[in-house]
Structure formats: C-alpha cells, structure tokens
Unconditional design. Structure first.
Lengths: 110, 115
C-alpha cells in the first residue's frame, strides 16, 4: 500500500485568506489527482497532473506536481465559504487503482 | 452530466447478515471500482473490475467480498457475512479508460451500518 500523507489534516481560515495543502509520499506516481468531497457525497475530481513540475490552474486553485512526481500541492487564493470540504489527493503508479491520501478538512469562515 | 448512482443510500444490517450494495456506473464506462471510507479515515481501495473480471483487489477484499456485473448496467458489491468493522461508506466509481488515462467518477456512496 502506497502511503500519501496530507498536511495539514485540519485547516480553518477566514474568508479571503490564502492557503496551501500538501500531499507527500516516498513513492513515485505516474499521475496524481485532487478531489474535493463534501459531507454525504462522493469525491469529485478537481484535476489530474501527470508530468513532474506540472502546474495547473482552476480559477482560484493552483495545483503543482513535484519534479520527482512524489508530492503535490494545492494552493487556494482568496478562499471562499464554498471552498469548504475535504480535499483528497490520490496517486497511481502501476496497476489500475488510486491510493488516496489522508485528507485535509478545510473550513472557510465567512 | 451522466453520473454514477448508488443504492441504497443507507443500509443497516445485523452482524453475520449478507448485504448487496448496488451501483449503476456511467453507461459508456468500462472500468468499475469499489472504495470504502470508514468514518474519519481515508478512502481505501477495495477492487477494480474490467471486462467482466476482477483486475485488482486489496488486502481488505477477502473471501467475504465479491463483485458482480449481472447485466449491462449494474455493478454490485456483496458482503457475505458482515462484521462490525465493515461499517463504512462504500463508494462505487467508474472510468472510461482506466485510472492512468481517465478520471474516476464517484457515486454518492452507501452508508453501511453493521449492528
């Protein structure tokens, strides 16, 4: 089982602040995905990164895949209450499964 | 937008009973998965299914678990004799081309409570 550690585990910030969530592993992944999960729902895909050093932007969210493809970060600019949720990274190396990270629970206070 | 649907949304069962969790994947998807999430813990892979057979399974997916695609639309997870520790959210997911080449689409899950 590949271990993907996310930090921080919990994050509570004021609306308008910036934040970064980290996803780290000792394993190399061929691709990595970020999901957001809201209570009572399944994870919803935000982005897939496949190339070391790749940066992708999705409105106020910026995703980066580490050069060595072992880690990733998610940066949110000017957080809004609608960003509240559980953020999950998931990596795939060989085979046909994703290993999910430990999750970061984000609360944005209006 | 097409979505993965799961039924029931909540299932309560007694220890030792059999349960079947049902999923309807997105219609043109070829790869199907079951994941589970114990309350407060991370999402864990159970099994992947392609071309009418299991392609991968985790250590969690022991002899008590089985999957089936009984017809062209449903994908089921059966737990033969439930244990208390099987209590979790069970998520079905599907993808068009497998995890390396296309994203997973998740259903909203079935909350299984074993008493």
């Amino acid at each position: 089982t590949q271990l993907l550690e996310q930090s921080p585990q919990f994050l509570s910030i004021q609306e308008g602040e910036n934040l970064t969530v980290y996803c780290n592993s000792s394993s190399v992944f061929s691709s990595l995905q970020w999901y957001r999960q809201e209570p009572g729902e399944g994870p919803v895909l935000l982005v897939t990164v496949v190339t070391g050093g790749e940066v992708k932007k999705l409105k106020r969210l910026t995703f980066q895949f580490g050069d060595a493809r072992k880690d990733s970060s998610l940066h949110i600019t000017a957080a809004q209450p609608g960003d509240t949720g559980l953020y999950l990274c998931a990596g795939s190396n060989t085979g046909n499964q994703f290993y999910f990270g430990t999750g970061t629970s984000l609360t944005v206070i209006p | 937008e097409p979505e993965v649907t799961q039924t029931p949304s909540h299932q309560v069962t007694q220890m030792g009973q059999e349960v079947i969790l049902r999923c309807v994947p997105i219609s043109n998807h070829l790869y199907f998965y079951w994941y589970r999430q114990i309350l407060g813990q991370k999402v864990e892979f159970l099994v992947s299914f392609y071309n009418n057979e299991i392609s991968e399974k985790s250590e969690i997916f022991d002899d008590q678990f089985s999957v089936e695609r009984p017809d062209g639309s449903n994908f089921t997870l059966k737990i033969r004799s439930t244990k208390l520790e099987d209590s979790a959210m069970y998520f079905c997911a599907s993808s068009f081309r497998g995890v390396k080449n296309s994203p997973l689409h998740f259903g909203n899950g079935t909350r299984l409570t074993v008493t």
